[in-house]
Every structure is written in structure tokens, then in C-alpha cells.
Design a protein around this ligand. Sequence first.
Ligand code: IVH
Length: 703
Amino acid sequence: MDIDKLIQQYNQETDISKKISILREVINTCDYYYYTKDESLISDRLYDQLFLELIKLEQENPHLITPDSPTQRVSGEPLKEFANVSHKKPMLSLSNTYTFEEIKDFHKRVLELLEGEEVQFFVELKFDGVAISIHYLNSVYSLAVTRGNGYVGDDVTLNVKTIRNLPLKVNDVYIEGTLLKDFEVRGEVFMNFSDFERINEEKATLGEKTYANPRNLASGTLKLLDPQQVSKRPLRLVVYYLDTENVKLSRQSQCIEIMKKLGLPVSPHSRLCKDLNEVFEFIHYWEHKRFTLPFQIDGIVIKVDRLDQQERLGMIARSPRWAIAYKYEPEKAETILKDIKLQVGRTGIVTPVAELEPVFLAGTTVSRATLHNADYIEQLDIRIGDTVIVEKAGEVIPKVSSVVLSKRPTWAVKFQFPDVCGCDLKGKLVRYPGEVAYFCTHPECPSQLVRRIEHFVSRNAMDIEGMGEKIINQLVSLGYLKNIASIYELKRFRNELIELERWGEKKVDNLLSSIEKSKNRPLHRLIFGLGIRFIGEGAAKILANHFKSLDRLMNAKKEELLSIYEIGEKMAQSVVDFFSNPKEIDIIEKLRNFGLFFEERETDTIENKFLAGLTFVLTGELQRFTRSEAKSLIERYGGKVASSVSKKTNYLVVGENPGTKLQNAKELGVNIIDEDKFIKLLKLEKSSNSFDKKSFEDKTLFD
Ligand code: IVH
């Protein structure tokens, strides 16, 4: 592409419509080279000048504006909410493997099912971002939908349109004489580490909440309702899937080539492997090389290359049989433990935190890591001054995993767990029988209060924008915030707040308006936000669903709580204890008076109905549920249970000694799933193979 020639053509052209079209081509080409190939074709200054010219020409000739013009990337007014869109084909997830043995098993299964046919594998990086489905109509970008529950997602077309490496119009590509112009691609929206760190730093300076990792930031950005705001956050796109009814596609490797020719951003780091050894080589290669990438990957994806073989292999539950993910060992680094500080959580739990010599680990600089509890420090004999190994697995905060004893200095100091909390009130630290953790027992401990408020305002709870750690600290120490309810009283102090350091009229008004908005949050978010020990997001939804009102939950007896399938002993006791505390009741009454919603509304439950539109049939004896328990769980999440298998059945759940329904389902090609898969589908557990209430409780322990 000779960009200079195009610019020359543009200068010589006199017809406005042609001028506009050349300018668009120049800008699109520069964008493609800049954002996809990391090359600058022209100087930034010339680029900006041409862009401004395009804006000017379009303003003067509004009838010539088209939706695929680069000036239209940021368009539309802020939305009230996203519309729901059904996926043409469900968006699946991948089963994970962690060892080469498991990959060999996958390979064996594939060969068996394909009855010994030759199989090639296409291996790709597994991008740690947010899955997206994008549609082109007549070669022009037309729709973008999030994965949602795999069947129905959110229409985020305007937000995705702001992504600079997304072509708004694709190149002409002919396959066997047919122009490919109507198609769907799928891929990942992500953010580079450097952009993530910059945005987090900006947020921290403003005293706002920061994001835990680039994926959360990318996902939070896609969910913003205002495309203007989205355009300020440099999201990126990579695509790895193509589907069309126009032309016949035969291989994954071919799809990648086609998408590249269309001008879509595909990863340059994929490889076609003729056997398993080549797959292993690829995995070995990226094991270390991954740290040089400017973005996070969370493994490798191995796909059967031939699409006809993929189709024959089909899927089980929500994962294809033709692809698998391989996850790398947690990322590790060596550094020095400078000190151990205590951090008080919202329930008073005291966690020792390692202060580290900053070290670069898996794309970010780490200077703090968790040490879990006093026993952990004791068992690993971790001492201040030690050289330690820090690990980071996915989104989990880094942890100190071991000590390099050979590097221990003679002066290394054993850590003594103090008797009192580090806050000004110096609450006594106690360890309850059977618990590993220490707790601060002071009812007014300000550190606890800060954490509690942080939790209450967090994104998945009441989602109050503009209330980060620094601001909460400031408002707690100045006495404006005494408990979570006093957040709603802040408006009385508007004038005083405006005068505070680092504040001002606009910032205060923005905060007050997001506080007001939060009054409208659904019941389950309020329950989660209260910060009841062991009640994480999942449990809060279950409680809201069951009791439908906070008053009913408050008055619930332990037996009733225990009768709910997913609620175990620890959770039930914790709920009862929480609502027997007069201080909590006092706060809740204040929240009621401020007008928060204490009842579940019809619209609140939609996000929980992830089985909506799916019909299940049950056969055989299930080990962990009675029939009626299984039925009520399916119905709770919006699914239907039918008594016999038909073409409309989406899943047959098979227990021990299944009946004739199994045969019927096989004949009709219905998805057949066992109890473990059923549990996974219900999202009752995420990683282990079995479900029990205990693991469900533990999962919520650190929420
Ligand atoms: S293929 C059925 N390829 O990983 C196969 N997925 O756990 C569906 N992902 O939801 C996707 N990089 O969001 C595929 N190269 C890649 C991927 C990839 C990241 C994500 C994707 C998917 C999730 C599955």
C-alpha cells in the first residue's frame, strides 16, 4: 500500500465525495498498520491533520457521512441499558487441562472418535480478555454482542465500534468466486498491560477504585453505557473464529488466513501442528516467551484444524470436544520480603501482607502479596529479610509460595503476630477456636469500616462510582462516614465536602449522584453489599431469590436457611448472627429510611436466569440431588423441565440406571450430560469435579 500516492491523489482530487472516500481509505489503512501491525505509515501530526480534514468535509457535506467512516467510531448517546441479543450458535467455553498427560488423553479421545483419521491441530494463544461476537453485513461492521450466558448476550455494538483495530469495513475477499461479505467473527477484547497500568494510576490519583487486572478493566469498559467514555480506554481486539453461510469454510487455519485478508486483527502467534510433539513444542516455546507479550494470556488453545472433523466431534455440555485449553503453571518470581504488614478485612479478619522489593511478574510490577494467615507464615518459616518466591495465578492476588533458604541472611527476623490491631483504636486481636485467622474485635475499628464501605460500594455490590479507597479513608478519618448507611447522608454535607482538599463542586456532585443512583440496585446486590461473612455474590443471589425481601431474610430461622439447597451450616449461622446484631439492624433501618429497595423486583432476577430458553429432561438416579431438587434448581435459573425427550430438548441429564430416554436422546442428537456436567452448567462450582456445600462456602470465604 503506497500511502504517499493515496495522499497525493487526495490532494489532486476535486470531487468532494471521492476526496472523502480517499481520506477514509488513508485513515483506515494507517489505523490498520498502526493498531494491528504496530507500524506508523505517516507522522502523528499528518494523521491528525487528515482526520480533522475528514471531519470538516463531512460536516460540510453531512449527506456523505456513512456509518463505516472512521469519524463515526464514537457515536450515539449514552444508553440506558444494553439490549439482549441471541447468538446464532451458542458461545462455548473450553475445558481446561494442566498437564501433558491430559492433552494426550484429549488427543486419544479425538483419534478414537474420528476412528483413526489423520488429525492436524491448530494451536493459538489463549487471550485473557472478554469474549465477543461481531457481525459484518455487506462488508460493514454491524453488531457486537458479549458472550452473556453463552446463548444470549448484551448488544455492545457502539462500544466495540470505538476499538481502533476493528475495521469498520472489511477488504473484499473472494472464496471460490464468492465475495465474503456477511459473516460473524468471534474473538477477545483485551487491554495491554501498559494501558491497564496507566488507567489504574489515573484512577488511583483521583481516589477512584482501581481494577484488579487488565481483563476486569476490559470487561468493565465494555459494560460502560457511554461510548464516549469507552473511546477513552484503549481496548484491543483479536479474532479467532469465523462463521458464514455465504461460502464453505474447511479449516481453522484457513479461517485465520481469510480473516487476516479481510483486514481483521488475528494473532500472528498461531501454528498448524501435524502431530502432538509439535503441539508440545509450541507450549514449551510460549511457557517463557509469554512474559514478553504486551498483554496477558492464560494458556494455549489446541483446536482440531478441519472443520468437518470439528463438527463430527461435536460438544458436551458447554464445551467442544474438538478443542481444549492448556493452562500454564502459575507465574513465579524471586524477590526480597522487606516487611510484613497486617490488613484488616471488612469482617475484622486480619491478613498478613508481604511488602516486597518490587518485582516484575506476569506483566505487572508486584510489591505486595498475601501471606494468608499466621499458620502459613509459621509452616513455611517465612522471615523478614528472606528471599521468597511469589506466584500469580490468573486473577488471584499474588501470594508468597516459598522461601529460598539458601539465600537467608543471618539477620532474618521471625514475625511475631501482634496482640492488637494496627488502627488507632488498637482493638484486641483474637483467634476463635477452630479458626486459623485472627480477628480484630473492636466494634468501631476504622480499618474494618473502610473495608466494609469499600465492599458495599464495589462494582458487584452497590456500584457507587467515584468512591475509591483514598476517598473512603479521607471521609472515614474526617468522621463523615461512620457506617455504610452514612454514605446516603453525605448529601447533607455537600458544601463542606466541596471545600475539602482534592475535591470540588463537580467531583462532589458526581459522587452524590452516583450515591443516589445506587439506591435503585437490586436486592441481591444489597445483600451482598452488607458484607455478611461467607455470603458471596452467588449466595446473595440465592438468598434474594428465595426470600424475595430483606425483611423475610432478616427474620429467617436457621432451619429455613439450611433448607435451601446451596446454603450450608457456616453460611446459615453467619446470616443468623449478622441479623441478631442490633448494630447491624440499626444500620439496615437507616438504609430503609434512605429509600433503598428491600424487595426483589421482577427485573432484578433477569441476570440470574441463565438457563432461560433451555429445556431439560432428567433420567436415572442422581447422586447429589433428589429429582425435585434438580427440577427446582433448573426452574430457579429460568430453565424448563420436560418429562420426555423431544427435538426441543436441550439437555438430557443422566444419572445411574437411566431409562429409555437415553436412547431417545441419542437418536435425536440431544446433548447428554452427567451429574458433574449438570452441576457445572448450574454454575454451582467452577473448578473441582464434585459439588458439596462446603466447597461452595469456601469459595465465598474471601469475597
Ligand atoms: S475458541 C469453543 N480460541 O477462552 C471454543 N477461545 O474458555 C471457543 N479464548 O470463551 C473459543 N483465546 O473467550 C478460543 N484462541 C482462542 C481463545 C479463546 C481466548 C477465550 C474465549 C472463550 C474462552 C473459553
